[in-house]
Ligand binder design. Structure first.
Ligand code: HEM
Length: 146
């Protein structure tokens, strides 16, 4: 698969993923007070159900394309402190792995019925911060040099 296709798929999946997290943290959370507890619970469960259907595909494309692209930078990644590009890409990948760990944690807690709304909110805010940093690093690695 050409690099152009990989980077385009990666970027589209990143937009879908980051957009969903942005919506959940900055839009959905602000509806808690005006909607009230019962309506909010219904909205959260409907949004959650839809996200559980769509997000596994988005995440699979995001990570598969990312790994395929990272393979082409393997010589940089073998020396994470060899250049500013290698360092920033390494940090970006570590953060992306941490996002994946958050996803697995949420799914595991959900399956065990232990994903309280407090835990879910914390996971969302943490993923939101990770994703914002990942996007900044994804661009900085091409423009910031030391
Ligand atoms: C939460 C997960 C991730 C997000 C939100 C994300 C986001 C992004 C974004 C926005 C770009 C810039 C694309 C562009 O403007 O052209 C990018 C580039 C890149 N990402 Fe990711 N990424 C994620 C996971 C990963 C993973 C897991 C890997 C590899 C293991 C990876 C490897 C790369 C590489 C190598 C590039 C550079 C592409 C280039 O040559 O332009 N990413 N990523």
């Amino acid at each position: 698969m050409s690099y152009f296709v990989l980077v385009t798929l990666h970027l589209l999946a990143a937009i879908a993923f980051a957009g969903t997290v942005f919506f959940e943290v900055l839009i959905l959370e602000s509806l808690r007070a005006p909607l009230g507890r019962d309506a909010m619970r219904a909205v959260e469960s409907a949004v959650g159900r839809r996200a559980r259907r769509v997000m596994p595909f988005v995440i699979a494309i995001l990570y598969a394309a990312g790994i395929a692209m990272a393979w082409q930078y393997r010589e940089h990644l073998a020396h994470p402190f060899g250049s500013s590009f290698a360092t920033l890409l390494t940090i970006k990948i570590v953060l992306a792995l941490s996002v994946f760990a958050h996803f697995v944690t949420a799914v595991t807690l959900g399956a065990r019925g232990r994903l309280t709304s407090r835990r879910s909110r914390r996971i969302h805010v943490s993923v939101f911060c990770h994703v914002a940093l990942i996007v900044v690093l994804a661009k900085a690695m091409f423009y910031v040099n030391w």
